[in-house]
Design a protein around this ligand. Structure first.
Ligand code: HEC
Ligand code: HEC
Ligand code: HEC
Ligand code: HEC
Length: 169
C-alpha cells in the first residue's frame, strides 16, 4: 500500500515537472525584446523597404491620438508597437509589430538564414498578425470596408525588396 502511494506521488511529481518545463520553454520562445525601427533601417534602407514603410500610414498612427488618448491604454495598444528593454515606447505600427520583436534575429548571420531567423522570433506576417489590430477596432474609427488580407497585404505594409530592385533597374 505504502509503495503504491510512493509510486503515485513520484509519477505526479514527474508529470508536474515536465508540465512546468514545457510551459517555461513555451514562454522562453515568445519572449524577445523590441529594438525599434531605427535598428532595422541600418540594413533595410537600401532595399527600399524602410523608406516605403516610413511613408505609410502605419508609421504615423500614434499621431492620430490626442494627448489625452495617448494616456489611454486601450488606444495605445493598437497605435504603438511595444516597449524596448530600456522602456522606450515605440510609436506607430513599426516593423516589429508585424515581424516580431527583433533583438534576437537582427544579426546579419541570423537574418540571412530564414530558419534561424524564424527560430529567433522573426514572423512572416499572415492574416492573424494584422487582425490583432484590424479586428475589434472601436466602431467610431472603424473603416467601412471589411479587412481583406490579400488586398491589404501590400497596400498596408511596404514595397517588397524585389519590387524595389526592379525599380532601380
Ligand atoms: C545587420 C543587418 C540587418 C538588420 C539590423 C536587420 N536586417 Fe532584416 N535582413 C537582413 C538581410 C541581409 C536579410 C536577407 C536578405 C534580404 O531579404 O534582404 C534580411 C531579411 C529580412 C526579412 C526577410 C526574411 C526572410 O527569411 O524572408 C525580414 C522580414 C526582415 N529582414 C526584417 C527585419 C526587421 C523587422 C529588422 C529590425 C528588427 C531587421 N530585419 C534588421 C539584414 C538585416
Ligand atoms: C483593436 C485595435 C484598436 C484599438 C483598441 C483602437 N484603434 Fe484606432 N484604429 C485601429 C485601426 C486598425 C484603424 C484603421 C481603421 C480600420 O482599419 O478599421 C484605426 C483608426 C483610428 C483613427 C483614424 C480614423 C479615421 O477615420 O481616419 C483614429 C483617430 C483612431 N483610430 C483613434 C483611436 C482611439 C482614440 C482609440 C482609443 C479609444 C483607438 N483608436 C483604439 C485600431 C485600433
Ligand atoms: C503592417 C505590417 C508590416 C510592417 C509594419 C512591416 N512589414 Fe515587412 N512584410 C510584411 C508582409 C505582409 C510581408 C510579406 C510576407 C510574405 O511574403 O509572406 C513583409 C515582407 C518583408 C520582407 C521580405 C521582402 C521580400 O521582398 O521578400 C522584409 C525584408 C521586410 N518585410 C522588412 C520589414 C522592415 C525592415 C520593416 C520596417 C521598416 C517592415 N518590414 C515593416 C508586413 C509588414
Ligand atoms: C499594431 C496594430 C496594427 C497592426 C499589427 C496592423 N495594422 Fe494596419 N493599421 C493600424 C492602424 C492604427 C491603422 C490606421 C491608419 C490611419 O488611418 O492613418 C492601420 C491602417 C491600415 C491600412 C490603411 C492604410 C492606407 O494607406 O490606407 C492598411 C491597408 C493596413 N492597415 C493593412 C495592414 C496589414 C496588411 C497588416 C498585417 C500584415 C496590418 N495592417 C497590421 C494598425 C495596425
Amino acid at each position: 500500500m505504502l509503495k503504491k502511494v510512493t509510486i503515485l506521488t513520484t509519477l505526479l511529481a514527474v508529470v508536474l515537472l515536465f508540465g512546468s518545463l514545457a510551459f517555461s520553454g513555451e514562454e522562453a520562445k515568445t519572449k524577445h525584446e523590441f529594438v525599434g525601427e531605427k535598428k532595422c533601417k541600418m540594413c533595410h534602407k537600401k532595399d527600399g523597404i524602410h523608406p516605403s514603410w516610413a511613408e505609410s500610414k502605419h508609421a504615423k498612427v500614434y499621431d492620430l491620438l490626442s494627448d489625452e488618448e495617448k494616456k489611454d491604454k486601450d488606444c495605445v495598444k493598437c497605435h504603438t508597437t511595444g516597449t524596448t528593454a530600456k522602456g522606450v515606447l515605440l510609436e506607430g505600427v513599426q516593423c516589429e509589430a508585424c515581424h516580431g520583436a527583433g533583438a534576437d534575429y537582427k544579426k546579419k548571420s541570423t537574418m540571412e538564414d530564414h530558419e534561424k531567423a524564424i527560430a529567433a522570433g522573426l514572423i512572416m506576417p499572415d492574416e492573424k498578425t494584422c487582425k490583432v489590430c484590424h479586428d475589434n477596432v472601436p466602431e467610431k474609427f472603424r473603416a467601412k470596408e471589411k479587412f481583406d488580407f490579400e488586398k491589404m497585404k501590400t497596400k498596408g505594409s511596404h514595397e517588397m525588396a524585389k519590387k524595389a530592385e526592379e525599380k532601380k533597374g
